[in-house]
Design a protein around this ligand. Sequence first.
Ligand SMILES: CC(C)(COP(=O)(O)OP(=O)(O)OC[C@H]1O[C@@H](n2cnc3c(N)ncnc32)[C@H](O)[C@@H]1OP(=O)(O)O)[C@@H](O)C(=O)NCCC(=O)NCCS
Length: 218
Amino acid sequence: MPEKLIIFPFGGNARETLLSIMAINRNERVWDVTGFIDDDPALHGKDCLGVKVLGGREILKRFPDSKILAVPGNAGIHLKRREIIESLGIDKKRFVTIIDPSAAVSPDAKVGCNTILMRNVFVSCGAVVGDHCVVLPNTVISHDSSVGDYCSIGSNVSISGFVVIGPMCYVGSGVSVRELISIGKGALIGLGANVISDIEEGVVAVGNPARGIRRAQI
Ligand SMILES: CC(C)(COP(=O)(O)OP(=O)(O)OC[C@H]1O[C@@H](n2cnc3c(N)ncnc32)[C@H](O)[C@@H]1OP(=O)(O)O)[C@@H](O)C(=O)NCCC(=O)NCCS
């Protein structure tokens, strides 16, 4: 029996997640996607691939049995990701983990709840991806590395072995991270950067080699 699933909000991450859910359902119908919800009334009634935006948060009460995937976010709001997800007031048990069938996860790796691994993601031996994370297509998280809770990891990112990425980080698409590096809580790594030295909490770093251009208060 497929389980009902509501996806929040109606952004790029959410619509791309729908592609992974459709791929999962092609093998066996696991998810019955009830619809999207979004805080912006202008989006209510819109649809993606036939799945509608049903309304705002009030919809969650109408479907108490429905599971939830909450995937807000872009580079502008990465520090608010936790607050936005918590503001839904969802019991942890209602959140799900979605792993695209083309992704490969080592049997000894861990992937948290309300986390989505998109197409062709590889999570290697002993690696950990926390709760409430989004990992976009073709990203490699190498052996013994960890990605903290509430992180957004872009597409085509290469994270080498023994890397530690703190919670609430945003790692832009095409970033490479050298082995044994630490990236502090809430850091943002810009598109295409090569990270070869540690990045401190809240720093926005860009370029090759990645260097901080500013710092946010965490
Ligand atoms: C890092 C980032 C957040 C900075 O955005 P911003 O605050 O608007 O910064 P600006 O565009 O004003 O750029 C500030 C400076 O950093 C440079 N810069 C910005 N992003 C850069 C990047 N990715 N690589 C190299 N330099 C970059 C700019 O050239 C500019 O330099 P200057 O001051 O010498 O002119 C943004 O450029 C970025 O990379 N976002 C991630 C995008 C991404 O991965 N998207 C995938 C989503 S699926």
